[in-house]
Ligand binder design. Structure first.
Ligand code: TYD
Length: 203
């Protein structure tokens, strides 16, 4: 049995990553692969309940980080680890980098605390490949306003918050260039599809 792969999608709200996530899932299925399409926060019944709280309820920034990692722990145990053990491909809309970018970069939570949580919850497991969809904040906000009439707790954040989230994503892309591919998300979706297709063929 061939080994499965773990691919995550990241980027600020409005970068267009969810559209590309859907496209890649269909593309991999059309190649005959067994694919588990999932997302964070969420991906399990308990995780989806935590997601509803996280997107709606005001809370302390450490509570927010802990709930993100609690949902992740459940997701790993119930969905991701069994899928990888079966040899499936797991394609996840956001994963641990979002905690560093949003709770660390955006909210200012200590990076060391996040590392402790990541080491605890993930051990040595990391995605084989992570796409970070990068776009200027003004472009993302325009897309977001056009697509959503009821923004959630994160989508309601101001431009400076997203500048910090974007900055953290760029630092991660720079520091982990072997795992992370930075995608210029201002390009036409068809062009991005082609880029993803090429990269996927190399892993
Ligand atoms: P998102 O994928 O943007 O959902 P949708 O496209 O349906 O709006 O994810 C929801 C929000 O959760 C997003 O604003 C980022 C935030 N988030 C964190 O702050 N930390 C995390 O660890 C994760 C996984 C998500």
């Amino acid at each position: 049995m061939s080994r499965g792969r773990f691919i995550s999608f990241e980027g600020i709200d409005g970068a267009g990553k969810s559209t590309q996530h859907k496209w890649l899932v269909e593309h991999l299925k059309s190649q005959g692969r067994q694919v588990v399409a999932t997302r964070e926060p969420g991906g399990t019944p308990l995780g989806e309940k935590l997601r509803a709280l996280l997107l709606a309820e005001p809370m302390h920034l450490e509570t927010e980080a802990l709930l993100m990692f609690a949902a992740r722990r459940e997701h790993l145990a119930a969905v991701i680890e069994p899928a990888l053990a079966r040899g499936d491909w797991v394609v996840c809309d956001r994963f641990v980098d979002a905690s560093f970018a949003y709770q660390g970069g955006g909210r200012g939570l200590d990076w060391g605390k996040l590392k402790t949580l990541a080491d605890w919850v993930l051990g040595s497991l990391r995605p084989d490949l992570t796409f970070i969809f990068d776009v200027p904040v003004a472009v993302a906000q325009k897309r977001l306003h056009a697509a959503t009439d009821k923004p959630d707790r994160f989508e309601q954040e101001h431009a400076e918050f997203f500048e910090r989230v974007r900055g953290a994503y760029l630092r991660i892309a720079h520091a982990e260039a072997r795992r992370v591919r930075l995608i210029d998300a201002t390009k036409h979706p068809d062009e991005i599809n082609k880029e993803l297709e090429k990269i996927i063929a190399t892993i």
